[in-house]
Design a protein around this ligand. Structure first.
Ligand code: WTA
Length: 631
């Protein structure tokens, strides 16, 4: 598309215009897309309610922009390459024509099930092509997709279905994960028992696992697809109609359903994909994120397809059949742009350099990183051994709530400093504030990262509870969107993200609220109370450290730890299991009963010298006990 920036001067000019004339800037970007009816008002906003609307009056369908628009010139170009878990199984390729047809077939199946515009559909699927079809099919007919990562447990699925009032679910019999096969239809079956809103379930056969099909409720995709045509006109959507809900953890209570809307999300995800990765025609692009997370939404499906790119989807894991798999897939499909997470880089680094050296990797042009701060050691390893010293690394900072990349280098254009996200993209106005909300001016400073002006894909609301959206993101600092992250602005104006400043732990790039994990642990009947903090972990970035008070002391602590891990697995999923569980007789609390997490964090980190003042605690002696029992 014509909005790709080509030079650093081009970036500076675009940035300047985006600040001075934001509406005109985004009008010009938005005109590059296909609209059924143009918008009449570019932007309405206030951060008090908050109320943000972009491209009001416009009508569009994002799938016409992802698919139909490319058919004439690029119908036979590969849209999607699917690489299976098992390298011995054949890979699949779908051209834009084929993908269009598959999406329309899926859309017609969904229509046949009774799904209409505005209905919520829970998608609980592994990384198979049908996951992309399902997401796009929902968008095609105006249904709101809520993708739930297939590693989440029964309770987590049920919570998300209930919160968004999903009436339909799309799942598979099971999934492949390395050498293992895991059934997942049974997870949905169990979840649905506590979700009376669910009317119908569409099931994809991936692993031939025997499943129970409930008459009248459950339907096989491979049977339904033979009954429908591949002609499905795209639903006309208002710019501000919801496109999807995606649940993410915050510092309080249950995960919240972040809502993104059709036009703004489309404009921004497409714009940022083109500019950050500098995608060139005929390149193969691979984002390793699961579609269960926002990165998979914006940069595996929507962003690349909006730009007519070839996007690779990988079903498996980086270590199967061996830790060379990523590199083998890059050579096999001649991947040019590779976008992954620091945790994956660190774990492959730990597996030894030989796995990388076995492959040429000469097709690579651009590398990307996302999800958590990348440490310098991992950055250099990635740059030297994967990129052979010649590929720029874009360290992209953004969030589920921002819909697209906010701070990042533009590949091959911007100056790179290891482990720095860099400068804000056009349209993004970051500021740093101190605790009382005053702006920190100048460079070489550190503070809480906020954004002071809306961009097209800013979170619109949290599903079913707008007040929660206001309180979480717009009430900490007046008239600012608060990210929850701390950052440094260096001498040259570049940003370096430090990490969360709220009670959110980022484990392998996945967000969990401390309260969310504590609630799960407390479900175990033998637990009285718990407190969870993050601690530095060499592979995961942060690990989960749980301090747990038991009803009665245990003689078999390891067994009890396993039990607690199982409780967490049951209530959230294995991805949230604590790395360390320390049994304590009490927690350090203030006289008003508030847990002093600062102290617990320091003990977990081993920073015992700088615990600070403990005299205000209800019972200062508990700190000694906790230090003694430290794991
Ligand atoms: C963190 C993932 C440092 C950050 C796209 C943010 C990062 C949270 C980076 C959002 C990065 C993401 N450098 N930290 N390049 N990217 N983060 O919603 O703490 O899953 O607030 O979105 O991940 O996580 P989320």
């Amino acid at each position: 598309m014509n909005f790709q920036i080509k030079t650093n001067e081009g970036y500076e000019a675009a940035y300047r215009q985006s600040i001075e004339q934001p509406e005109q800037f985004w009008d010009d970007v938005a005109k590059e897309y296909q609209w059924q009816q143009p918008w009449s008002k570019t932007l309405t906003w206030n951060f008090e309610e908050p109320n943000v609307k972009w491209f009001e009056g416009g009508k569009l369908n994002i799938t016409e922009n992802c698919l139909d628009r490319h058919l004439e010139k690029n119908g036979t170009k590969t849209a999607l390459i699917w690489e299976p878990n098992d390298p011995k199984e054949p890979f699949l390729k779908f051209t834009y024509e084929e993908l269009h047809s598959r999406v329309c077939i899926m859309a017609n199946i969904l229509k046949g099930m009774g799904i209409k515009k505005g209905d919520r559909v829970c998608i609980y699927l592994p990384m198979i092509p049908e996951l992309s079809f399902a997401v796009l099919a929902c968008a095609r007919i105006g249904a709101i997709h809520s993708v739930v990562f297939a590693g989440f447990s029964v309770n987590a699925v049920a919570d998300r279905i209930q919160d968004s009032g999903c009436e339909y679910c799309i799942t598979s019999d099971g999934l492949n994960r390395g050498a293992k096969q895991i059934p997942i239809k049974s997870v949905v079956d169990e979840a649905v028992e506590s979700c009376p809103t669910i009317k119908k379930v569409l099931v994809i056969n991936r692993i031939n696992w025997p499943v129970e099909m409930k008459e009248g409720r459950d339907f096989w995709y491979h049977i339904e697809r033979t009954k429908v045509s591949d002609d499905c006109p795209a639903e006309e959507m208002d710019s501000e109609d919801p496109l999807f809900i995606l649940y993410t953890s915050g510092s309080t209570g249950k995960p919240k359903g972040v809502v993104h809307t059709c036009a703004g999300y489309m404009v921004y995800s497409g714009y940022t994909f083109s500019n950050v990765f500098q995608y060139q025609e005929n390149e193969v692009y691979w984002c390793t994120a699961d579609v269960g997370w926002v990165t998979g939404h914006s940069y595996l499906i929507y962003g690349p397809l909006l730009n007519g790119a070839t996007s690779l989807m990988f079903e498996g894991i980086p270590t199967f059949p061996d830790p060379g798999r990523f590199w083998q897939v890059i050579d096999k499909h001649r991947v040019n742009i590779f976008y992954t997470a620091p945790t994956a880089i660190r774990s492959l680094m730990a597996a030894g350099i030989d796995h990388v050296l076995a492959y040429s990797l000469h097709s690579l042009r651009v590398l990307g990183s996302v999800g958590e701060p990348i440490n310098e050691e991992a950055w250099h390893w990635y740059h030297t051994h994967v990129g052979k010293g010649k590929c720029p690394i874009v360290d992209t900072w953004w969030q589920t709530e921002t819909g697209g990349i906010m701070i990042s280098a533009l590949a091959g254009i911007s100056e790179l400093i290891p482990a720095h996200a860099g400068l804000p993209l056009p349209g993004i106005q970051p500021i740093l504030v101190n605790n009382d909300g005053t702006e920190i001016i100048g460079n070489n400073v550190e503070g809480h990262l906020c954004i002071k002006f809306p961009w097209p894909s800013i979170i619109r609301t949290t599903w079913g509870d707008h007040e929660r959206c206001r309180i979480n993101y717009f009430s900490t600092y007046k008239n600012l969107y608060f990210t929850g992250d701390g950052a440094r602005r260096e001498a040259n104006g570049m940003y370096r993200i430090i990490g969360r400043v709220d009670d959110v732990i980022n484990v392998s790039g996945h967000r969990f609220g401390t309260a969310e994990i504590e609630n799960a642990i407390n479900q175990n009947k033998k637990v009285v109370e718990s407190a969870v903090v993050g601690f530095p972990h060499p592979i995961k970035g942060q690990g989960i450290y749980a301090y747990v008070i038991l009803l009665a002391p245990t003689d078999t602590p390891n067994h009890m730890r396993d039990e607690i891990v199982e409780t967490v697995a049951e209530h959230i999923g294995r991805i949230a299991k604590p790395d360390k569980i320390q049994f304590v007789s009490a927690l350090p609390k203030t006289r008003s009963g508030k847990i002093m997490r600062r102290i617990l964090r320091k003990v977990a980190d081993g920073e015992l010298e700088t615990l600070g003042d403990t005299s205000t605690l209800l019972d200062p002696l508990v700190v000694d006990e906790i230090i003694k029992g430290r794991l």
